[in-house]
Design a protein around this ligand. Structure first.
Ligand code: ARG
Length: 579
């Protein structure tokens, strides 16, 4: 409990020095108690033993009796097997709850100190967005929302793959199909079909290969008609991607598109800067950077290719240009990339070259926010039944129709328009939450039944807890917001557990953000919803024994609902008021 830690830290440090451990600031030993029942914080005394030449049990007892008087009104102190345990008083917790009650931000401080570029989603033009892009989109959007909530300046950068050699082939295929037919096909979202047809011709038809090569040269050379055809491909694909973004309810808009093509003009600059620094070497005509410690999957030394022998540039060159742009034009401190784990080596190399070349310095924080794959129940990468990449629009539609069915079964009284709206919140929320709640670096299994379940660490479970509280307020004759001076008393164990979790919200948001791990926020929100469930089972709210008790419990209800909806909001998930 960070809020308690802040309140007691100085006094703990003082107590440790009072028992004779001078010098170091021993306060760092203080941390969250590992067993919630033992207390909120614990100070292990084992590392003090050799210094004080006394047993940890003995030391814990001395510190505990020195500390206890100074924490009166804040916390109870006890010594158990070499640990000093600190447990916040109910009164003290009640005062913290009262502070949260009148705070729209539920204790979450505004920091406003950073300018961040978050590079996420980044599908490729004329190719189906795959489930990897879905993960990037969902995780990236949650990180953006958390950063924004903390008041930081955020540039959403959708680094769409819209440039490079395949575009010669794609434009020629567009011409073969006829511009309007091709646009229709792409606009309907049949990106994979389009790409595959082009690829098949490229693999079998010499003349098509020749035309494609010429077309790339024209594209790179800025030929007007070629650029116009290229735009058709980009616009039609973006139309489809925007449909997916709209269904997902993510923040990305056309203004956030910073495709590879946007950095084209900076690529010669990258080469010149690296050349001036003497960082480029020649490797069979290509310009490369060697560091010596980069190896490929086979363990052989591998360079970063900056410019190929034919003059063409690479994916890495564009990413170096991106860094220059984000640092120099946007003034970013944080350069964050939400991209799958297979690109770890790429980013490691790009970051190293960029710092060596001075494109950024120690004041810049780079992070490859990597994530694992989405698997099916057989442990294979998730594909459609035909073995093709899954069309995301189909997947999201299926989520909504499954959720619709679940709501129809559970709550038949809701009319069909409202049910559709709720189904969207629940279906899309379930897909996003399943993705966000697993530790991001791990693979996760896509499982409809699990993600749509009203039990366990799922979004329907959290949304249901929220909706249940809204229904309590609908049935009570108490208006929200509740009065700021509401009586709050914590008497039952279930009230105490829920209250302790509620006051930890801002700390958990900070922890989740600083490690770019939305799953930590999910785990926390689930712990709040489950503490609420046992509170609600054991402590009647609307039929409590007296008005003060009812008001105190309504405060817990109100804070729980606001914590859940604020937390889900940071994850990009809605909180319907009934379901
Ligand atoms: N378009 C790439 C892909 O589909 C992802 C781009 C990620 N961002 C970046 N700056 N490299 O794999």
């Amino acid at each position: 409990m960070r809020i308690l830690e802040q309140a007691v830290k100085d006094k703990v440090t003082q107590a440790v020095s009072d028992v004779g451990a001078e010098g170091d600031d021993w306060g760092y030993l203080l941390g969250p108690a590992t067993v919630e029942e033992h207390g909120d914080l614990a100070l292990p005394c084992h590392s003090l033993a050799p210094i004080l030449k006394r047993s940890p049990v003995d030391i814990a007892e001395s510190i505990s009796s020195t500390l206890a008087p100074s924490l009166v009104g804040i916390a109870e102190v006890s010594a158990v097997s070499g640990f000093v345990n600190i447990r916040a008083d109910s009164e003290w917790i009640a005062t913290r709850l009262r502070e949260l009650l009148s705070d729209d931000r539920l204790g979450i401080e505004v920091e406003e100190s950073r300018v961040a570029a978050v590079d996420y989603s980044a599908p490729n033009v004329a190719k189906e967005m795959h489930v990897g892009h879905l993960r990037s989109t969902v995780i990236g959007d949650a990180i953006v929302r958390m950063l924004m909530y903390k008041g930081h300046t955020v540039h959403r950068e959708n680094h769409v793959g819209d440039w490079g050699t395949p575009f010669g082939m794609l434009i020629e295929h567009l011409l073969d199909l006829g511009e309007h037919n091709a646009a229709d096909e792409l606009g309907m979202g049949d990106l994979d079909g389009f790409y595959k047809q082009a690829r098949a011709k490229f693999n079998s038809d010499e003349q098509f290969v020749e035309r494609s090569r010429n077309r790339v040269v024209m594209l790179q050379g800025g030929d007007g008609e070629t650029l116009r055809l290229w735009r058709v491909l980009v616009d039609e694909s973006m139309r489809y991607f925007n449909e997916v973004y709209g269904m997902l309810g993510v923040l990305l808009t056309n203004d956030d598109i910073m495709g590879e093509s946007n950095y084209h003009h900076l690529l010669p600059e990258v080469v010149n800067r690296l050349a001036d620094l003497g960082m480029l070497e020649d490797s069979e005509g290509a310009k490369v950077v060697y560091s010596g410690d980069w190896v490929n999957r086979e363990g052989e030394p591998m360079p970063l290719i900056i410019q190929k022998a034919d003059g063409g540039y690479n994916y890495a060159t564009t990413d170096l240009a991106c860094i220059i742009d984000r640092v120099e034009r946007l003034g970013c401190n944080d350069l964050l990339y939400v991209v799958g784990t297979p690109q770890a080596q790429h980013f490691k190399m790009v970051f190293e070259v960029a710092s060596q070349a001075g494109f950024m310095d120690e004041s810049h924080n780079t992070a490859h926010i990597k994530f694992g794959s989405v698997m099916d129940s057989d442990g294979k990468i998730l594909k459609s039944r035909e073995g093709e990449a899954i069309k995301l629009v189909d997947l999201l539609n299926e989520a909504v129709s499954r959720a619709y069915q679940v709501i129809a079964d559970r709550n038949p009284s809701i009319d069909s328009d409202e049910r559709q709206r709720i189904a969207e919140a629940i279906g899309i929320g379930a897909v996003k939450y399943a993705d966000l709640s697993t530790e991001r670096t791990k693979d996760y299994v896509f499982d409809w039944d699990r993600m749509l379940s009203f039990e366990g660490n799922t979004s329907p479970y959290l949304q249901y807890a929220h909706a249940r509280i809204c229904s309590i307020f609908r049935r009570s004759d108490t208006d929200r917001p509740l009065p700021e001076d509401a009586a709050i008393s914590i008497r039952h164990a279930e009230e105490a557990l829920l209250a302790r979790r509620l006051v930890n919200f801002s700390a958990m948001v900070d922890e989740s953000l600083s490690t770019y791990s939305p799953h930590r926020l999910c785990t926390y929100l689930h712990s709040v919803a489950s503490a609420f469930a046992s509170f609600y089972e054991n402590c009647p709210v609307l039929s409590s024994e007296d008005d003060d008790t009812m008001m105190s419990r309504l405060v817990l209800c109100d804070l729980t609902a606001r914590t859940l909806s604020t937390g889900l909001g940071m994850l990009g998930i809605e909180s319907p008021e009934q379901m």
